[in-house]
Design a protein around this ligand. Structure first.
Ligand code: UTP
Length: 475
C-alpha cells in the first residue's frame, strides 16, 4: 500500500529528495498512484547511508593485510584428488534430482547493445542458437543422461521479465516441461545523480532504477519463493551461471561432487576458476584471508600482488573468477532467513542514465557518465560461508563470454572459441582439422549440446571423416 502524499512529502524533504514530486500536480491519477507506490517502497534512511557511503565519496576498499592466493583443485587431478570419486557423487546427486540450474539473466547488457534480454542473443556461428536455447539443450541432454529432469531457475529483471517470458513461450520452452522452469525478477536500486546524490526520474512519474546486480540473486531466490519451491521438491544444490557464457557447463557432475563432498568444502558455495592469461586480464582473483575465501576485483588488487610470480615464474594470484558457482539451498536460506535484513555490500558503477531535468521538465541524455548505479556481486557471498572451495576448469572448454559488441569478449571472439572447442573435441576422435596460416581452425564448427555435452559423447555419433578448409559444419 502506498503511503499518503503528506507522509511521503515530509520524508522526501527530510532526505532532500523532494524534487521527485516536482511534477506531481501535472500527473494523471494513475501516474500519481504509481509514483507514490515507488516512493513508498524506498527505505530512504538506508538509502541515505548508501548515498553518503558510495556516491558522495568514492568508497575506499581496505584490503586485508594477510591476503594470500586461494588454493584450488586443479583441472588435472593427478594424485591430488580422486576425480572419479567426486564425479560419481555429483552424478548421484543429479540422478536423484537434487541439483537445479540457475541462470542470472537480469543484466542490462549495455555493452553488447542488443535490443532485448541478453539470453535471446544469437550466440552460435551457424544456426544462431540463442543463449537460452544452448542452456536448454544442455539441460535436456543432462536430464536424458541421468534419467531425471533438471529444474531451471532463471532470474530476470523487472525491465526484461515480460520479454524473457514471451521468448520462452514463443519457443515452446525449448522442449523443457513448463513445470521445470521457474522465472522471477530481481530487485532494483534507484539510479543516483553522481554530483548531488539526488535520485533521478526517468519520466515525470517514474524513478530511474537499475537491477541490483547479480548479487541480488541471493535475496531474489528467497523473496520470489524459489528457495521454498526447491525445498519442496528436494533440491539441495544450485548450479549458478551467467547468461552470457555459451560454453558454460550448466551442470557439471565433477564440480557438483567436489562442492558437495570435498573435505574442505562446507558445501555452501563453491566456485570455478580459470588460470589468468596475463596479470592484466580483467577478472576478479580468488584469494584467502583469515581462512576465508574471497574474490578481489582486478581493479582492487594492488599492482605488486597482481604482478607477483612464484619461483617457477607463474603468476602467484592466478585464479581468475568466471562467475560459475555451486550454492546450497541451505546456504541461501541461512543468508536470507531475515531477508529484509540481508544485504551484500554494494559496488559503485558510474554510468550514463537519461533523466528528467527537474528545472526544465525535459529529458536529458548525457554523453558521459552522470549517475551512480549500486550493484551487489554474488561473489561477496563467498566469505560468508564456513569454508569455500575453488575448482579449476579448462578455459578452452568453458569460457567464451559475450559481453561486448566488438573486440575482446564479443560474439566474434566467442564463436571462434566455440569452433576451437568443437575442433578439439573432434580431434580427440581422430578427425583432421584444417588450419589457416595463423594456425587457427579454418572452418566453422557448431556442436549442439543435444549431440554432445563433452568430447567423449561424440563417440556415438557419425562423424565426418575430414573437414575441408572453409567448411561450415553443424553436428
Ligand atoms: P554483467 O556484469 O556483464 O552485466 O553481468 P550486464 O548487465 O549483463 O552487461 P553490461 O555491464 O550492462 O554490459 C554478468 C551476468 O550477471 C547478470 C547478467 O545478466 C549476466 O548474466 N546480471 C547482472 C544480473 O542478472 N543482474 C544484474 O543486475 C546484473
Amino acid at each position: 500500500m502506498a503511503e499518503s502524499l503528506t507522509t511521503i512529502r515530509s520524508k522526501l524533504q527530510e532526505h532532500k529528495q523532494d524534487h521527485l514530486l516536482k511534477f506531481y500536480d501535472e500527473l494523471s491519477e494513475l501516474e500519481r498512484e504509481n509514483l507514490l507506490e515507488q516512493l513508498s517502497d524506498i527505505d530512504f534512511v538506508a538509502l541515505q547511508t548508501l548515498i553518503d557511503q558510495y556516491v558522495m565519496r568514492n568508497p575506499v576498499k581496505d584490503l586485508p593485510k594477510d591476503l594470500q592466493p586461494a588454493p584450488y583443485y586443479p583441472c588435472d587431478p593427478g594424485s591430488k584428488y580422486d576425480a572419479d570419486h567426486y564425479r560419481t557423487i555429483g552424478e548421484d546427486l543429479i540422478r536423484q534430482g537434487k541439483v537445479a540450474a540457475f541462470t542470472v539473466a537480469g543484466g542490462q547488457g549495455t555493452r553488447l547493445g542488443w535490443n532485448g534480454p541478453k539470453g535471446t542473443f544469437p550466440a552460435t556461428a551457424i544456426t544462431g542458437r540463442p543463449l537460452f536455447r544452448i542452456f536448454a539443450e544442455q539441460l535436456l541432454a543432462t536430464a536424458k543422461r541421468y534419467g531425471n529432469s533438471i529444474r531451471w531457475y532463471i532470474m530476470t529483471s523487472p525491465q526484461n521479465h515480460a520479454q524473457t517470458r514471451a521468448f520462452f513461450a514463443d519457443n515452446r520452452f525449448f522442449g523443457i516441461d513448463r513445470q521445470d522452469i521457474f522465472m522471477f525478477p530481481q530487485g532494483t536500486m534507484p539510479c543516483i545523480d553522481a554530483a548531488t546524490g539526488k535520485l533521478l526520474l526517468s519520466n515525470k512519474s517514474t524513478i530511474a532504477v537499475n537491477p541490483d546486480g547479480h548479487g541480488g540473486s541471493i535475496k531474489a531466490l528467497a523473496q520470489s519463493g524459489a528457495i521454498e519451491v526447491m525445498q519442496s521438491c528436494g533440491i539441495e544444490h544450485i548450479s549458478y551461471f551467467q547468461v552470457d557464457n555459451p560454453m558454460v557447463r550448466a551442470i557439471d557432475p565433477l564440480f557438483v561432487g567436489l562442492h558437495a563432498a570435498a573435505p574442505d568444502s562446507s558445501g555452501e558455495i563453491s566456485s570455478k576458476m580459470v588460470t589468468k592469461t596475463s596479470p592484466q586480464e580483467k577478472v576478479g582473483v580468488f584469494c584467502q584471508s583469515g581462512g576465508k575465501t574471497m574474490v578481489i576485483e582486478y581493479s582492487d588488487l594492488p599492482d605488486d600482488l597482481t604482478n607477483q610470480t612464484t619461483d617457477d615464474g607463474k603468476l602467484r594470484f592466478i585464479a581468475g573468477s568466471i562467475a560459475i558457482h555451486m550454492l546450497s539451498v541451505k546456504f541461501v536460506e541461512k543468508l536470507t532467513s531475515n531477508s529484509d535484513g540481508f544485504a551484500l555490500p554494494f559496488h559503485r558503477a558510474d554510468k550514463i542514465v537519461p533523466y528528467i531535468d527537474t528545472t526544465t521538465g525535459k529529458l536529458t541524455e548525457p554523453d558521459k557518465p552522470n549517475a551512480v548505479k549500486l550493484e551487489a556481486f554474488v561473489f561477496d557471498a563467498i566469505p560468508l560461508a564456513e569454508s569455500s572451495i575453488v575448482y579449476e576448469t579448462n578455459r578452452n572448454e568453458e569460457f567464451a563470454p559475450i559481453k561486448n559488441a566488438k573486440g575482446i569478449d564479443s560474439v566474434v571472439s566467442s564463436q571462434q572459441l566455440q569452433t576451437q572447442r568443437a575442433a578439439n573435441w573432434l580431434k580427440t576422435h581422430g578427425i583432421e582439422i584444417p588450419l589457416d596460416s595463423k594456425d587457427q581452425v579454418d572452418a566453422v564448427i557448431e556442436i549442439s549440446p543435444l549431440t554432445a555435452l563433452e568430447a567423449a559423447d561424440l563417440k556415438k555419433i557419425d562423424l565426418p571423416k575430414s573437414i575441408k578448409p572453409g567448411e561450415s559444419i553443424v553436428l
